[in-house]
Design a protein around this ligand. Structure first.
Ligand code: ADP
Ligand code: TRP
Length: 334
């Protein structure tokens, strides 16, 4: 195993979409071949409890996320692949970190703040619908990262604030109790920071504007046809940098194809032709994973075994680290 660690988690809160792939999964997969980093990738099912309250649905979505990672090429022999709820050490660290976290820091965390702003606009109590799972979310996420001394955290841009909170908490702990935690850095895939959805806004299940990653070819084609474009005519020059279709193309095409497409935009390609090209590259890259995914979800026991094996390995690291942490804060009496 390499010394440096790269970690990321995805919540099993809905169907995985192309934005999740481009923003979180694809950048993470690049590290599988790295000689420098050990990848730790996990399913953030404890975080999902905040929004998924149907047990069967949570189980199904957990299985699907695991199958998604595996279908896209995550090799469990090159990484530690596990489910968050199988690492109980996280919750001990969660509590220790909670005692170092100023409430004001959580007040400013974006998911909580967004809900407060929405409530205020709607004339509701500021904390209407806020539970402590949502409020404490950044603390558990910090534990996810710090327990494994992660150096790098590939995520979409919206998660950067959470990584800064993890760094803050690591620093606070280190100052109080002595050097204990590594300082994690966010890693954002260049050029595809935020992938747009069908309506041009950020692709997100909350906006109902997603292209599911494993849509069947016909459905994929249909959804791409729905992506919003401006009213420029077929022969008019177009700006690739402001085009949602170009961003989608870029997430799946090879570098030379992207360069060519840039040129086509400048020369005035029609939106219909761009949509065909987007479908072509996406379908090309996703045909095999789509089949693998279908195959894997039909074998839940195999997936469960892989996750259990990953959790056993991850817990060896977690247990050792937790002993060190508990010694530092005085929770182990020797
Ligand atoms: P959603 O917005 O659909 O609820 P999540 O918040 O569950 O997605 O995000 C899971 C991961 O995928 C995160 O790392 C997030 O930053 C990334 N991600 C989500 N949507 C996008 C997007 N449109 N573009 C790039 N990355 C994204
Ligand atoms: N908060 C992340 C999201 O919404 C998921 C997540 C939980 C995560 N714990 C993490 C990502 C640790 C990276 C590292 O997508």
């Amino acid at each position: 195993m390499c010394m440096k660690k790269v970690i990321t988690g995805i919540k099993p809160t809905g169907t995985i979409h192309v934005g999740n792939y481009a923003g979180a999964i694809k950048p993470a997969l690049q590290f599988l071949e790295s000689d420098e980093y050990t990848p730790l990738y996990f399913i953030a099912n404890m975080h999902a409890l905040n929004t998924v309250t149907d047990a069967e649905l949570l189980r199904k979505q957990t299985l699907e996320i695991a199958a998604t990672w595996l279908a896209l090429g995550l090799n469990p022999t090159q990484s530690l692949f596990y489910c968050q709820s199988d690492i109980p050490e996280l919750f001990e660290l969660n509590w220790i970190l909670a005692n170092l976290t100023p409430k004001g820091l959580m007040n400013r965390a974006h998911a909580y703040k967004a809900l407060v702003d929405k409530n205020t606009t709607m004339g509701l109590h500021r904390d209407d619908g806020v539970n402590m799972g949502l409020f404490n979310y950044p603390i558990l996420m910090s534990a996810d990262i710090l327990l494994f001394d992660a150096d790098l955290v590939p995520v979409g841009k919206d998660q950067i604030q959470h990584i800064e909170i993890a760094r803050d908490l690591a620093q606070t702990f280190n100052q109080k109790y002595g050097e204990t935690f590594a300082s994690p850095e966010g890693y954002i895939e260049k050029d595809v920071a935020i992938l747009p959805g069908l309506d041009g806004r950020k692709m997100s299940k909350s906006y109902n504007n997603v292209i599911p990653l494993f849509s069947e070819a016909a459905q994929l084609n249909k959804l791409i046809k729905q992506v919003k474009t401006d009213s420029s005519l077929p022969h008019e020059a177009k700006d690739p940098n402001t085009s949602p279709l170009f961003t989608l193309y870029q997430a799946f095409a090879k570098d030379d194809e992207v360069l060519n497409m840039r040129e086509h935009f400048r020369n005035g390609i029609g939106w219909g032709a761009v949509k065909d090209a987007v479908f072509e590259v996406m379908n090309r890259e996703l045909t095999i994973p789509r089949e693998q995914f279908q195959n894997l979800v039909s074998k839940p026991k195999e997936i469960e075994d892989i996750l259990q094996d990953g959790a056993t390995k991850a817990r060896m690291i977690a247990k050792e680290k937790l002993i060190q942490i508990k010694e530092r804060v005085g929770l182990l009496h020797i």
